[in-house]
Design a protein around this ligand. Structure first.
Ligand SMILES: CC(C)(COP(=O)(O)OP(=O)(O)OC[C@H]1O[C@@H](n2cnc3c(N)ncnc32)[C@H](O)[C@@H]1OP(=O)(O)O)[C@@H](O)C(=O)NCCC(=O)NCCS
Length: 186
């Protein structure tokens, strides 16, 4: 359940990064990481609220830890895709955050890779994300609209993306994403 990476920083200093499931004792640090990364408390409060949601999957709330300090966090929550009378299950990647001073060093990518591997292990195969169109395609995310999958709110062009971890997992899926109600507060 643990993944430890040795990171070369500027080719000189080696830092040890561990990715593991979040523990209750991490929650204050997880709040701080989200607040500092986003520059506002909204996403941190969303994470707090999701901890109490039925959509929360403890194995898929992961922290990146360096020298016992939480420097990054990622959360995948259960969502539904609603198409007329049919509901499809998927996971939403949201939010993810890395402390500003530690960004652009590969921690975010390590969290996504580990989270997707864990989710696949748990049997999940379809993911959605609303985020930077330049960032998520490197993990295999593609635009969601051509699949007939759409977010329940306006997003900037290319920001709504989907990923299938098994061939054809998206085939036949369509509909509007229903987020857990906690997201409505964001
Ligand atoms: C997005 C975030 C989690 C990425 O974490 P990270 O550790 O910096 O990511 P990595 O080091 O693995 O990857 C860095 C890449 O992310 C890209 N990236 C980071 N922030 C970005 C942004 N705001 N817009 C577009 N690309 C961004 C960089 O271009 C960089 O790409 P490069 O390696 O080709 O230069 C981090 O930048 C962060 O916490 N940002 C603030 C909160 C946020 O926006 N969360 C995501 C919401 S969708």
């Amino acid at each position: 359940m643990f993944a430890t990476y040795s990171q070369g920083i500027a080719g000189k200093v080696e830092r040890m990064l561990t990715i593991r499931p979040e523990q209750p004792a991490d929650r204050e640090q997880v709040f701080q990481v989200n607040q500092q990364a986003f520059g506002q408390p909204d996403e941190a409060r969303l994470v707090e609220a999701l901890h109490r949601s039925p959509a929360f999957i403890p194995e898929l709330s992961l922290v990146a830890v360096e020298y016992e300090r939480v420097v990054g966090h990622i959360l995948f929550s259960g969502v539904a895709l609603r198409a007329e009378t049919t509901l499809f299950e998927a996971l939403a990647l949201a939010p993810m955050a890395v402390l500003p001073a530690r960004q652009r060093g590969g921690i975010g990518s390590a969290l996504v890779a580990r989270g997707l591997a864990e989710a696949r292990h748990l049997g999940h195969s379809v993911f959605i994300v609303v985020g930077h169109p330049d960032y998520y395609p490197r993990f295999g995310f593609v635009r969601g609209e051509p699949f007939g999958i759409r977010p329940p709110f306006e997003v900037s062009p290319g920001a709504f993306m989907v990923l299938e971890l098994q061939p054809n997992a998206l085939s036949g899926m369509r509909g509007e994403v229903e987020y857990p109600p906690e997201f409505a507060e964001l």
